[in-house]
Ligand binder design. Structure first.
Ligand code: GTP
Ligand code: MG
Length: 198
């Protein structure tokens, strides 16, 4: 897929305020600092599209980008911020609950996990929640340029083992690096294939 046009459509505090045109949407989510902004910028081939923020928890809204006037890339607020209050956590949970349960135009969630560290409890809990909601998702391993192949293998195996404790089947997974431009085609192929099946 060639991305010839991207327009920022806005930042919304709730799914019912987000665009209602029913266009297919693909969401990106992950723990704080997982490399989400970098990955989105890499996919979009725009250096500063998703703000690469050093302030965790800053983006608490649903950020909508219209790609090729055909589909939405949705940058979702991350989870697992260490310094976030209980109240904010609850708000996040409520917002995401509404989003995932009510957003009928949501086609697929790309869940980012850091390939450099063993699976984190919050990641597994989040993925299990998506699974329980029955939403299609893809696992994205980030920052693979920073880790030795055998460590990457060990960390990804540990994630899969943790998921296999709950699920019979594993989701599709894609190793990526924003730094080395790895994984872009694979992600866009999933978007393309999904759009063709609609
Ligand atoms: P928050 O929005 O702050 O939660 O973070 P984020 O998930 O958007 O991550 P961001 O893209 O800001 O990246 C976090 C840090 O990881 C930054 O220092 C990036 O430079 C670094 N980083 C992101 N992607 C990669 C990658 O593919 N390779 C390497 N080596 N570093 C990366
Ligand atoms: Mg970010």
């Amino acid at each position: 897929m060639i991305i010839h046009d991207i327009q920022f459509k806005g930042s919304f505090p709730s799914q019912h305020l987000a665009p209602k045109d029913g266009m297919a949407e693909f969401a990106f989510i992950g723990r704080s600092n997982v490399g989400k902004s970098s990955l989105i910028n890499m996919i979009a081939e725009r250096k500063e599209m998703a703000r690469i923020s050093n302030v965790p928890g800053k983006t608490q809204h649903l950020n909508y980008y219209l790609v090729n006037e055909e589909w939405y890339l949705v940058d979702l607020p991350g989870y697992g911020y260490a310094r976030v209050s209980k109240k904010l956590r609850k708000q996040w949970r409520l917002m995401m609950d509404h989003y995932f349960k009510k957003r009928t135009s949501l086609c697929c969630v790309f869940v980012l996990v850091d390939s450099n560290i063993p699976p984190q409890k919050v990641d597994i809990e989040f993925i299990n929640w998506l699974g329980e909601l029955g939403l299609p998702y893809i696992l994205i391993y980030t920052k693979i340029d920073r880790i030795k192949p055998e460590e990457l293998e060990a960390n990804t195996k540990a994630i899969k083992d943790a998921l296999l404790e709950y699920w019979e089947e594993l989701p599709q997974d894609i190793p990526t690096s924003a730094e080395k431009h790895i994984g872009r085609e694979e992600i866009l192929k999933i978007v393309q294939d999904t759009l063709e099946r609609l």
